[in-house]
Design a protein around this ligand. Structure first.
Ligand code: GRF
Length: 321
């Protein structure tokens, strides 16, 4: 099996969702492992369970510390163990924007409502008061706004006539324990899905000015300029052009830059057989460790090399300053 994604779980209390994540990770084919359980509360019962399961724990009370200071300590602890993802599981502190942005797209949370309904606390009573037919739980990516990030997965839980907030909470919790490991599994595996990868490239290519998609030799390509005279600045290759794996081809300034990149990072770049002689370079997208910011920059550079002057003029002027 390829290496598992390394996940740190942050808790403040009982830690039953953390336990669900830990036990799901014992399956041989689980694509993630829990490498750290961290808490702001030394008394959090979940910590004992994590220790008993042989998982490293980290505790740092937040008392007397500014939010940013506490978050920085947490960030260092999580980074030191090599975590690639954070799963919040009943972590009862609001995290600073700075911390959240450091973990953008790498931090998940579970919330006991069908988001966007009932952000914050008292979700069960609010669902009952509203006479909802269903309550439920959501796993979402964490963004600076509380309980607001993109929803990855949800489970609806039917509300029964004699439900109280407590009975409903008990049932939603069962659903949470099923949902969180499944959603985390799917999320950390997303980079193995060529369709997901294609969507990532497409979003970034089409975000550039005056671009459109046009297939080339049976695979998506992106052009800048008009439909008629546009020029290709990127090709998506999923076992296309005689290559294995999944990659995107972008233009470099020429063979010198191409060979410099190949020397600098031979695991990331290769010279595509079909286009290599003209200075195009392939960036591997199936390493499971893609830096999408770097892909976006490479697309932009390539775009700039073939875009009509009227689009690049302002950038050229800015560069001269
Ligand atoms: C869960 O209800 C979860 O949805 C919410 O906090 C609670 C944590 O419970 N975010 P536990 O500590 O995982 O048992």
């Amino acid at each position: 099996m390829t290496e598992r994604a390394k996940v740190a779980v942050l808790i403040s209390g009982r830690g039953s969702n953390m336990a669900a994540l830990v036990y799901a990770a014992k399956a041989v084919d689980c694509p993630y492992e829990i490498i750290l359980v961290a808490s702001n509360d030394p008394e959090a019962p979940g910590l004992k369970l994590a220790e008993a399961e042989g998982i490293e724990t980290f505790v740092h009370p937040h008392k007397g510390l500014k939010r940013s200071e506490h978050d920085q300590i947490l960030h260092e602890a999580v980074t030191n163990v090599g975590a690639e993802y954070i799963a919040l599981a009943g972590y009862m502190r609001i995290l600073s924007d700075d911390f959240v942005s450091k973990w953008q797209d790498r931090m998940l949370n579970i919330h006991p409502s069908l988001l966007p309904k009932y952000k914050g606390l008292d979700t069960y009573q609010r669902a009952l008061d509203a006479d909802d037919t269903h309550a439920g739980c959501s796993v979402h990516l964490v963004t600076p706004e509380l309980d607001d990030g993109p929803v990855l997965a949800q489970t609806a839980v039917t509300i029964m006539p004699d439900d109280t907030a407590d009975t409903l909470a008990d049932r939603v919790l069962i659903a949470e324990h099923q949902l969180y490991p499944a959603a985390l599994t799917k999320y950390v595996s997303r980079e193995a899905d060529p369709n997901w990868i294609l969507d990532q490239v497409r979003d970034r290519a089409l975000a550039l000015e005056e671009t459109h998609e046009r297939p080339s030799f049976g695979t998506p390509g992106w052009r800048v300029g008009s439909e008629k005279t546009g020029k290709y600045f990127a090709y998506f290759s999923r076992r296309h052009f005689g290559e294995t794996g999944t990659s995107v081809f972008v233009k470099t300034s020429g063979l010198d830059e191409q060979s410099a990149l190949l020397d600098a990072d031979p695991d990331l770049y290769f010279a595509p057989k079909f286009y290599g002689k003209s200075g195009w370079i392939a960036i591997r997208l199936d390493t499971g460790r893609t830096d999408w910011g770097h892909v976006a920059d490479s697309l932009k550079k390539s775009w700039r090399m073939v875009a009509p002057k009227r689009l690049t003029k302002m950038m050229d002027i800015a560069d001269d300053f």
